[in-house]
Design a protein. Structure first.
Length: 209
């Protein structure tokens, strides 16, 4: 079973509280999402491999550490996932960025991929799938499936807020994918919104509602 990490850092919790407030405007909402994404990256990348290197300081030569393992790629789920990309790039500017877009078929209600563009070497990278909300988990699960179909196997999921239903879905469908969230909320309501949540993250991020 995949692990679930819920961040309890005071800065993350403080910023998340402001994002939940219905009176928080688009500019501040967007900035806070980027800031929280940056803070989350520190824990998400804790287990990256290192190797020894010799560095000559102004005083002497010493042995230091640098990244040695697989490189990273960020894949936002369109459209709200775009709001988390710059936060990750603030810490890992060399990461490549892919994009995946899904819509729900009105007849079958199943997620359908309408766009997927990944780095050419994505199967050789650790993939960070980012999306602010993990509600039912249907879209995230489908996105991960489509990414796996392109040869990727090292995948982690980053969400701002998750519902237990979404966590359960991902763990059932993708037990190899670890989940990192800033807040684990109570439940989904009858309309599929996370409670207490923060509303529609895409609309609040882009000011479309």
């Amino acid at each position: 079973m995949s692990k679930v990490v819920v961040f309890n850092h005071p800065l993350i919790q403080h910023k998340l509280s402001i994002m939940r407030d219905k009176n928080t405007g688009v500019k501040e909402f967007r900035e806070l999402l980027e800031e929280i994404s940056t803070l989350m990256v520190f824990e998400v990348t804790r287990d990256l491999e290192l190797e020894d290197v010799e560095v000559e300081t102004p005083i002497c030569t010493c042995t230091c550490k640098k990244l040695a393992g697989r490189k990273l790629a960020i894949v936002p789920i369109l459209r709200a996932g775009l709001g988390m990309v710059d936060g990750v790039l603030n810490i890992i500017p060399a990461a490549k960025v892919g994009h995946i877009g899904l819509y729900r078929d009105p007849q079958t209600l199943e997620p359908v991929e309408y766009y997927c563009k990944l780095p050419a070497d994505s199967n050789e990278r650790d993939i960070l799938v980012v999306d602010p909300m993990l509600a039912t988990g249907g879209s995230a699960s489908a996105a991960i499936t489509f990414i796996k179909q392109r040869g990727c196997s090292h995948i982690r999921l980053l969400n701002l807020i998750a519902a237990p239903e979404g966590i359960k879905r991902i763990q059932e469908d993708h037990p190899d994918v670890d989940i990192f969230v800033a807040g684990l909320d109570e439940k989904l309501n009858e309309h599929g919104y996370i409670v207490p949540g923060l509303g529609d993250a895409g609309d609040r991020l882009f000011g479309t509602k």
